[in-house]
Design a protein around this ligand. Structure first.
Ligand SMILES: Cc1cc2nc3c(=O)[nH]c(=O)nc-3n(C[C@H](O)[C@H](O)[C@H](O)COP(=O)(O)OP(=O)(O)OC[C@H]3O[C@@H](n4cnc5c(N)ncnc54)[C@H](O)[C@@H]3O)c2cc1C
Length: 473
């Protein structure tokens, strides 16, 4: 049977819903050693195949077992710039833990017995932060080159770090007033402690990366102007910042939010500390979130906390038109949402928001669904059941059904070709776009993905940029 898996410690549900403190506490040294000792150091470590950036998982776990945490940190850093972040948010159950030898071939997610690789990664990343370990500096002096990075999400930050470490002069331009992209405006502090995010961004500043906020490239200045100002290359890490809507009647009623707006108000603009911070967000007796991904789980868990913090009996419901197994959210987030008291209404589809005389939403007309055959995503298709209509009380609705490209920059830069979804098309080997010396990566290439996938693309782009810069000399 082998040794028992070590679950990372967490704050109890009834305590954690009182605020925005981090839910998962992580491993102590003793727990990390115990979990690492379960790894059987396979001759052919299949876990590495499941990691989008190919971290040498076998090696860093073996370093943990030898208590050589410093080496473990640098082993991870060879492939992943932000272990503390990925250790907190990576969907390991679909990635490295799913390809761990302890997960059986046909299991839809990682088995409970799979090694908890992300928690070990977090332990090592936090060790690096605590001990102020610094990534290795530039091997050659490329400071005569200047690269502009547009967007400060994981893709932009990762590309900036890769280039700065090689001595390239990097400037990050961010449209919002603060850095981090989804890591700050989307993922709530109870999943990713802001101290961790700030530390990682500060370490980029220490590498002499300039960060300019409130600068929307495509409006404040154009990509053409960046080249005129002497930048040798531009990396676009624009993300997928535009919300999708349901296209049903009543979507324009008051108190029907997009998850983007709702989460940005709370996370970026600190609406959960209103009135100390100036941005308010409306809270109601019946909060309903529509969707089944990480965004929906985050929005629902935020909504429930806001109810609790404002003395309202928590009543937050997730509506999803398929079943739990098809939900794209991380399994841990689904589990946490349930523990915290969020209600799941599955196989249900909203068809209309109904409002009161003042134009505020008051309920949602819904239809029940059943599952049909698989659709293009491979998931079973929801089919409406005729005559199954019912009404759900709702005074705040949050639509969390996906994000798409924000086209401000690409519309202003016709040489940068996009596909039918508005995503930037790139050469898959180099990540260069159709405009010479303009590269792209992250969610703006291929749509909404994961943090580690965004970083993987950014790293690839950074390598291509360096190759091109060196060809110039
Ligand atoms: C709520 C939510 C929860 C998620 N949870 C997880 C999770 O648990 N695990 C996981 O792996 N993934 C998760 N994801 C997905 C993940 O966050 C994204 O895949 C990742 O952030 C993409 O990184 P990026 O750098 O491409 O884009 P982003 O993080 O979106 O960053 C893009 C940045 O570019 C800026 N920008 C855009 N256009 C311009 C412009 N013209 N000029 C200047 N700046 C500009 C934006 O303001 C933004 O700051 C989640 C996504 C959301 C929305």
């Amino acid at each position: 049977m082998g040794k028992e898996p070590v679950r990372a410690r967490e704050i109890e549900a009834k305590e954690r819903i009182k605020g925005f403190d981090e839910v998962v506490v992580g491993y102590s040294e003793e727990e990390a050693l115990k979990e690492a000792s379960r790894c059987i150091q396979c001759e052919n470590p299949t876990c590495i195949d499941g990691c989008p950036v190919g971290i040498d998982i076998k090696k860093f776990i073996s370093e943990i077992t030898r208590k050589d945490y410093r080496s473990a940190y640098f082993t991870i850093l060879e492939k992943n710039n932000f272990p503390s972040i990925c250790g907190r948010v990576c969907p390991a159950e679909y990635q490295c833990s799913k390809t761990c030898v302890f997960t059986k071939k046909n299991e839809p997610f990682a088995s409970d017995r799979a090694i908890k690789i992300h928690f070990l990664e977090r332990f090592v990343g936090d060790y690096g932060i605590k001990n102020r370990l610094k990534p290795k500096g530039a091997k050659e002096d490329l400071s005569r080159f200047k690269v502009a990075i547009v967007g400060s999400g994981p893709a932009g930050l990762c590309c900036a770090g890769e280039l700065a470490r090689r001595g390239v002069k990097v400037t990050v331009m961010e449209g919002l007033h603060d850095t981090g992209g989804v890591l700050r405006y989307g993922i709530p502090p109870f999943r990713l402690d802001r101290k961790v995010l700030d530390f990682e961004i500060d370490s980029l500043r220490k590498l002499d990366v300039d960060i300019i906020t409130n600068c929307v490239v495509g409006k404040t200045k154009t990509v053409y102007e960046l080249f005129d100002q002497g930048y040798d290359a531009v990396f676009l890490g624009l993300g997928a910042g535009a919300p999708s809507f349901l296209g049903i009647p009543g979507e324009g009623l008051c108190n029907v939010y997009s998850a983007n707006e709702f989460l940005t108000r709370v996370n970026l603009m600190s609406a959960y500390k209103f009135p100390k911070y100036h941005t308010p967000v409306n809270i109601g007796k019946h909060m309903v979130v529509i969707g089944g991904g990480n965004t929906a789980m985050d929005a629902a868990r935020v909504a429930l906390r806001l109810q609790k913090m404002n003395g309202i009996e928590p009543d937050t419901t997730i509506l999803y038109r398929r079943t739990e197994i098809e939900m794209p959210a991380r399994r841990l987030e689904i589990e946490h949402a349930k523990e915290e008291g969020i209600k799941f209404k599955l196989l249900v589809k909203p068809v209309e928001f109904e409002g009161d005389k003042e134009g505020f939403v008051k309920n949602i007309k819904c239809l029940k669904c059943e599952l049909g055959g698989p659709d293009s995503s491979g998931r079973r298709r929801p089919i409406e059941i005729k005559g199954s209509e019912f009404i759900l009380d709702c005074d705040i609705a949050v639509i969390a059904i996906g994000l798409k490209a924000n086209e401000v920059l690409t519309k202003a830069t016709p040489e940068v070709k996009t596909d039918k979804w508005g995503d930037v098309t790139v050469d898959a080997e180099t990540m260069e776009s159709s405009m010479k010396n303009v590269y792209a990566g992250g969610d703006i290439v291929g749509g909404e993905g994961t943090v580690i996938e965004a970083m993987g693309m950014a790293k690839k782009a950074a390598q291509s940029i360096i190759k091109r810069l060196l060809e110039k000399t």
